[in-house]
Design a protein around this ligand. Structure first.
Ligand code: G16
Length: 587
């Protein structure tokens, strides 16, 4: 497995794709490198090298590279790096990725590369003194420039001597799932699946079917309502169709016998990716996807994925035609309440496993209160970005639910959960299938495979939500009415250099420029006075985006007008105090 590296070939490749003169420095961002596509070939060559080295540094565990700019507009592209456990790249290695991406010449790139080679050899010595084997999984989204960028990663990783598994068109969570299952030894509690599309669909379909079956009543099974899916004109739209085919095939074979095919109406659309559709648009604008306007489909049960299908939100139109959004916060509430209720059926004192939710500063204040006071769970607030919320869920809880308000999230099950399920299995052996504790046990057993534990996954989350709604006999309006969201507003401001803004750890307050937080606080205080001290305190914060060249603004208040006003004031303050570009935002 020790492999020769062709330095001459690598140097030629690096020199062929130099750093663009227009760019000072590549930065890693919230979810990896993300830029306008023409700026990326240089980074992609170097990340081909990097991903091979990362695999070597883990002693030959398999890693992944996903070519996508997710929710960004079509002209952008980017890369998400999956570490061997399937999650995001280890934070300590981001710095190495950035150094390699920014090395000015091929010579300096190869010097940095050599340091990482020595690191890998030091940690995983081989008999002949060469590098351990290297395996890199590569996937890409539907952007027109993704194939060329993927080819650069593949060429560079192969020049390193790595084995490349090219999965072609896949969603981001599929790629992460493949990597997680490829390193099966890191998954002691789930039977590893084939690390390919059909393996992924099968595990989803079978566990979804297993969860639905705990509902028992066959008659009710046929009432699953038709779910309308907005795939953001991207990869999710393609993949949901394939999932439907696999589900139908399993049904024909008898594996999911008696269960209805998930009745989906798929709207791939032929518009540009993420344009006036998809989870980012629907959640940020609080509007239905434009694709639906003339489609004449039922608007009672709808869902929107984002461009790489790692986020999902639900929405519907009520009798009066009013749009209702069920975002990541609502999903966190539904899923956590469900899991805790099932656990309680086996362990009424809830002593065995610690459940909790990780949210970010964007979480609607009502959701946090509902989670704490009604669901009675633990809540932790972490920094925006899957890498942060995932780490916090893993670190704090045995069953850690994380959902960003934008719909990105999943559930992590830790060793204590599996011990709990095993002990319950032993204790409940011989009990009747319809005994409530027995039902709860079967539900809990189905979850770890249905949930994509490597990263947020629109398809997996959609199936989980659909199954929970089905088991509860709820429609979207019943779910929506669990609590009322505080009115909120999100916006973006363009500034010359967004790095002039820094924030505290959980991004609820700006720490620089110094005058900014004082001014934001005055705006919040003024809004509180205007609202007469009724209800929760108005809240607003700003932070530089790690995926777009913009500063994000969030405001919530006790009325929509209050939230809009507060957001406008915050936008004006950012523009004035942080070097706004163009004319100031209008109030
Ligand atoms: C990525 C991250 C998310 C984050 C979002 C927005 O999502 O994975 O965790 O919430 O960016 O980040 P920012 O506010 O820093 O731009 P995606 O779906 O675009 O990959």
């Amino acid at each position: 497995n020790s492999v020769p590296i062709s330095n001459a070939e690598l140097a030629t490749l690096i020199d062929a794709y130099p750093k663009p003169a227009s760019l000072t420095e590549y930065s890693y961002g919230t979810a990896g490198f993300r830029y306008e596509a023409s700026l990326l070939p240089c980074v992609f060559v170097r990340m081909g090298i990097f991903s091979a080295l990362r695999s070597a540094s883990l002693g030959g565990e398999e890693v992944g590279v996903m070519i996508t700019a997710s929710h960004n507009p079509e002209p952008d592209n980017g890369m998400k790096l999956a570490d061997s456990h399937g999650g995001m790249l280890d934070a300590d290695w981001e710095a190495h990725a950035v150094s390699l991406a920014n090395a000015p010449t091929s010579k300096q790139t190869l010097v940095l590369m050599d340091t990482l080679i020595q690191h890998a050899k030091g940690h995983h010595p081989t008999k002949d003194g060469k590098l351990p084997k290297m395996v890199v999984h590569v996937g890409r989204d539907t952007r027109s420039h993704s194939p060329q960028l993927a080819a650069l990663v593949i060429r560079a990783a192969r020049a390193m001597g790595a084995t490349v598994i090219d999965h072609g068109l896949v969603s981001t969570p599929m790629l992460h799932h493949f990597v997680m299952h490829a390193n099966g030894h890191l998954l002691p509690n789930i039977i590893p699946q084939r690390c390919n599309e059909s393996g992924y669909y099968e595990i989803m379909a079978l566990s979804y079917a297993a969860l639905l079956r705990t509902g028992g009543n066959r008659e009710r099974l046929s009432t699953t309502s038709k779910l309308v899916i907005d795939g953001a004109c991207g990869i999710g739209a393609l993949k949901i169709e394939k999932f439907g085919q696999i589900f139908a095939m399993l049904q024909a074979e008898g594996s999911t016998k008696g269960l209805p095919l998930l009745h989906t109406v798929n709207y791939p659309g032929d518009g540009p990716l993420n344009d006036s559709c998809g989870a980012e648009y629907v959640q940020k604008q609080q509007l239905p996807p434009k694709l639906f306007k003339a489609s004449g489909v039922s608007k009672k049960y709808m869902t929107s994925f984002d461009g790489d299908a790692d986020r999902v939100v639900f929405h519907y139109e009520d009798e009066s035609g009013k749009f209702h959004l069920l975002d990541g916060d609502k999903i966190a509430v539904l899923v956590t309440a469900f899991i805790q209720e099932e656990i309680r059926c086996i362990d009424p004192e809830e002593q065995a496993v610690k459940c909790g939710v990780v949210q970010t500063a964007y979480a609607n204040g009502s959701s946090t209160l509902y989670l704490k006071n009604v669901v009675k769970t633990n809540v932790v607030i972490a920094k925006t970005g899957v890498k942060f919320v995932h780490a916090a869920a893993h670190h704090n809880f045995d069953v850690g639910v994380y959902f960003e308000a934008n719909g990105h999230g999943t559930v992590l099950f830790g060793p204590k959960f599996y011990d709990f399920v095993a002990a319950a299995g032993a204790r409940l052996r011989g009990t009747h299938r319809h005994d409530r504790a027995n039902i709860a046990l079967r539900r809990l057993r189905a979850l770890p495979a249905l949930v994509n534990q490597s990263v947020g996954d629109a398809m997996s989350d959609m199936l989980l939500v659909d199954a929970i709604l089905f088991l509860k006999g709820w429609d979207l309006s019943t779910w929506a009415k669990l609590y009322n969201d505080m009115p909120s507003k999100q916006a973006k401001v363009k500034v010359a250099d967004r790095t002039v803004i820094s924030t505290n750890d959980n991004e609820t307050a700006a720490t620089a420029p110094v005058s900014l937080q004082t001014a934001l606080q005055s705006a919040m205080d003024a809004m509180a006075l205007q609202e007469g001290g009724n209800g929760p305190k108005p809240r607003c914060f700003v932070r530089p985006s790690g995926t777009e060249d913009a500063v994000r603004v969030y405001a919530e208040a006790n009325s929509q007008r209050g939230a809009d006003t507060l957001a406008s004031e915050a936008m004006m303050l950012v523009h004035k105090l942080c070097g706004g570009v163009g004319s100031p935002p209008k109030s």
